[in-house]
Write a protein that binds this ligand. Structure first.
Ligand code: DGL
Length: 265
């Protein structure tokens, strides 16, 4: 017997692709439906009430249409707000993406950690609770970036973005004495799934070297554990890409690597 589970991966735009590629690598046997809610992008600019009112019913429609076995909310701005609402409303398992504050603080040697997220994510009570519970005495700097998700989106869509534009968003993450390796930020948490799309440039532009924490591999392990053992010998299943704006994306070649080499329908 063979069975290919369906995994719905949801984000406000293309950022969730950084989570998708890890999940696909962990579970190549699954069928993937990637949904970019680009009609409502960027989530970081919307109020909490607006995001709840948007995502909860939209997820209901997507569940009815695609009947997934599991849904990944590959968006910190949404996960830090709607996960409890989604779990109360729908019976399938949801895996969220929330700022990796706990592992970052456990790992920091200088006790200085920065969390780079959208303006929405850094304001959330959920994020503040993670700091209260897991900062372990570290000084945690919350940096709400107004534009970095849009810059990442533009970059992946082939529009040039300047180093200066990236640097303006990145600089507040670097705190402490630049000359003293023991008294400056040593870890930056990537608390928005769009940011790993720019990781090479973030590393190049950083005022000093730091460790960058991207929780995508941990999310992929969680998804795989929840799905359980693979049934049968399916090595690769299909993939779909949906934009809520219904725009024609014309990005198939760019998107293929995130889908493990599949061409998303
Ligand atoms: N990718 C989303 C996140 O992880 C946010 C981008 C947006 O502002 O829509 O937070």
């Amino acid at each position: 017997m063979t069975y290919s589970p369906t995994i719905l991966v949801f984000d406000s735009g293309l950022g969730g692709l950084t989570v998708l590629r890890e999940v696909v690598a962990a579970r190549p046997d699954a069928h993937y439906v990637y949904v970019a809610d680009d009609a409502f992008f960027p989530y970081g600019h919307h109020s909490e009430d607006e995001i709840i009112a948007r995502v909860v019913p939209l997820m209901g429609e997507l569940i009815r249409t695609h009947d997934p076995d599991l849904a990944v909310i590959a968006c910190n701005t949404a996960s830090t707000l709607v996960l409890s609402h989604l779990r109360a409303a729908y019976s399938l398992p949801f895996v969220g993406t929330v700022p990796a504050i706990k592992p970052a603080c456990a790992q920091s040697k200088t006790r200085r950690v920065s969390v780079l997220g959208t303006k929405g994510t850094v304001k959330r009570e959920y994020t503040k609770a993670l700091i209260r519970d897991f900062a372990l005495g570290c000084e945690v700097t919350l940096v709400g970036s107004p534009e970095l998700a849009s810059l990442a989106e533009a970059d992946l869509s082939g529009h040039p973005i300047s180093d200066d534009a990236i640097l303006a968003e990145l600089t507040p993450c670097f705190v402490g004495d630049p000359q003293d390796t023991g008294a400056r930020t040593d870890i930056v948490v990537l608390a928005c799934t769009h940011y790993p799309l720019l990781l090479d440039r973030l590393k190049r532009l950083a005022p000093w070297p730091v460790d960058w924490i991207d929780p995508a591999p941990a999310i992929a392990r969680r998804v795989s554990d929840l799905l359980g053992t693979r049934l049968g010998d399916i090595t690769q299943s299909g993939a779909e890409m949906i934009f809520t704006s219904n725009r024609a994306h014309g990005l198939s070649a760019t998107l293929m690597p995130f889908f493990g080499g599949r061409v998303p329908a």
